[in-house]
Write a protein that binds this ligand. Structure first.
Ligand SMILES: [Zn+2]
Length: 279
């Protein structure tokens, strides 16, 4: 099996590629929170749970290693949850780290073929995947991406924000939900807003997208115009939802990198308000 084209051994020795190291969702960084070259002697002593080689957006070779939960970082380094680093890592590094974490999750969760139950083997051509080792099946499994729509519904100088029961105190965010099978992103926007608040929305504008690797979401940001209806929150999903005036937004915002933050920022700037709001 190992000689088949594009098939890798399960745990190749870390190559000379630049290396990202994850412990669960925690990325190994230096004390300043920056991705630094990982010390080779430390890497050589690792017993990785898994190792994957992959290409960055510029084609540069990278490797990602997952280590056991009890692994201590090398001197001068620390493991920090990727969510806490998203605001500070440079865009290129953030994207690499998101890709690496999603690939680890994919590798971990696709050890067996979903079609016939046989073990799968890691392969890299035509793209990174796990291929079924049963010669009568051979099904190829690729990393999964789950689209999520997140929507800023605007009514003049007001914006609709809501909170789930599990949000930290005071935090409100744009409403979001997974795209269902057989559904377009735009249909998902209309459905989610109606299901969660009872409101009808009119014109939609696509805003931007971003990966959210916990574990494999792709956030699709939309801006929508309120059309009709009174807010009735969906029990169990939304604890509270309301229109906030641009001058009286909630005090706690989603993390700076998050799409909800970018939507709020755009809303404020279009209404001539500073971002983040003073006070
Ligand atoms: Zn199979």
């Amino acid at each position: 099996m190992l000689n088949a084209p594009g098939v890798l051994p399960e745990h190749p020795v870390p190559s000379e590629a630049c290396t990202l190291v994850f412990r669960g969702h925690q990325l190994l960084v230096d004390a300043g929170g920056t991705l630094a070259a990982t010390p080779r002697p430390w890497l050589a002593g690792l017993r990785p749970l898994r190792t994957l080689d992959f290409s960055g957006p510029d084609g540069r070779p990278w490797a990602v290693i997952e280590v056991e939960r009890e692994h201590e970082p090398p001197p001068g380094h620390e493991f920090r949850h990727l969510k806490s680093l998203l605001d500070t890592l440079p865009v290129g590094t953030r994207s690499l780290a998101a890709r690496a974490l999603e690939l680890l999750e994919f590798d971990r969760s696709h050890r067996f073929c979903g079609q016939c139950g046989a073990p799968t083997a890691l392969a890299t051509r035509p793209a990174l995947m796990r291929r079924c080792t049963n010669p009568d099946c051979g099904r190829e499994h690729y990393p999964r991406v789950s689209p999520v729509v997140i929507v800023a519904v605007e009514r003049g100088n007001e914006i609709l924000l809501g909170r789930s029961p599990h949000f930290p105190p005071g935090l409100y965010s744009a409403l979001a939900g997974f795209v269902d099978a057989g559904e377009s992103a735009e249909q998902a926007v209309h459905r989610e807003i109606h299901e969660e608040t009872g409101l009808r929305i009119g014109k939609l504008r696509y805003f931007a997208s971003q990966p959210w690797p916990f574990p494999h979401a792709l956030m699709l940001g939309y801006q929508a115009e309120y059309e009709a209806g009174e807010i009735v929150c969906a029990p169990d999903e939304i604890e509270d939802a309301r229109f906030f005036h641009v001058d009286t937004l909630p005090a706690v915002f989603p993390t700076r990198y998050a799409m909800a933050n970018l939507l709020l920022r755009d809303f404020c700037l279009r209404h001539g308000r500073p971002w983040p709001p003073a006070g």
